[in-house]
Design a protein around this ligand. Structure first.
Ligand code: GRF
Length: 247
């Protein structure tokens, strides 16, 4: 018997989507929320930069959009306090960081604990922080991807809700790899947010459980990768560890 309660109750949730850049994740999230008739609505899109291209994108989608320019605040604490005030005034139930290029104060994170999620372009806990695609290439990893997680005070380290995985291909550069990851992010983020607003997500011993959702649904696999796996599983002998250990 689990002792944990769902982080959010199933009810009409007001979403805030925070952005700093292009806002492609914001757009896919808002469109999916509308098209699938979730028990939620986008109450506000807030951009931390007045020149963020995502602002025009949000307007084009008919979303309420505001700018809270981080450059106008003397400190991180002052910016986060203004953000908390605005989000509380709007009675926001879930805050989604979708390309929000700000490190948040502990106060902000604690204020929205359990209803604050982030999408990060790597398979966490690998490559927390910036320049994830270039760092993945430099490390020579064969798999890369994106993670949606609950936000905790430690940067990019909160409990994982869902992940998407792509292959790293011969000839990739940071831009081609970013594009491959971003394509899956546009499915990954709406999927995870939907589970949140449906009240399915709970924490148990520091890990996320999603009621009624099996583990496979919590991993999105790039088409090229799943085709490759399928072929190999069908045709090739996959050696066991015991096979390989024999001289
Ligand atoms: C995405 O790769 C997201 O994972 C990261 O920043 C990027 C934002 O892209 N946090 P967009 O602004 O949603 O197009």
């Amino acid at each position: 018997m689990l002792d944990s309660r769902p982080l959010m109750q199933q009810q009409a949730t007001k979403l805030a989507i925070l952005i700093s850049g292009h806002g492609s994740n914001m757009a896919s999230l808002a469109a999916t929320c509308r098209d699938e008739h979730w028990p939620a609505q986008v109450a506000v899109v807030i951009a931390s930069r007045p020149d963020a291209p995502g602002i025009a994108r949000a307007r084009a989608l008919g979303l309420p959009v505001e700018t809270l320019a981080s450059s106008a605040f003397a400190s991180r604490e002052a910016f986060d306090a203004a953000l908390i005030e605005r989000l509380d005034a709007l009675e926001v139930g879930l805050v989604v960081l979708a390309g929000f290029m700000r490190i948040l104060t502990d106060r902000f994170v604690q204020h929205f604990a359990g209803r604050l999620i982030n999408i990060h372009p790597s398979l966490l806990p690998a490559f927390a922080g910036l320049d994830t695609h270039a760092r993945a290439l430099a490390a020579g990893v064969r798999l890369h991807g994106a993670t949606v997680h609950l936000v905790t005070p430690e940067l990019d380290h909160g409990p994982i809700i869902a992940q998407a995985v792509v292959p790293v291909l011969e000839g990739d550069d940071a831009a081609t790899l970013a594009e491959r990851v971003l394509r899956l992010e546009h499915t990954l983020l709406p999927r995870a947010v939907r589970w949140m607003v449906e009240g399915r997500v709970r924490l148990h011993q520091g890990r996320v459980l999603v009621d009624g959702i099996d583990d496979a649904q919590r991993l999105i696999v790039d088409n090229a990768l799943s085709a490759e796996f399928g072929q190999r599983a069908a045709g090739a002998h996959v050696g066991t560890f015991a096979d390989q250990a024999r001289p």
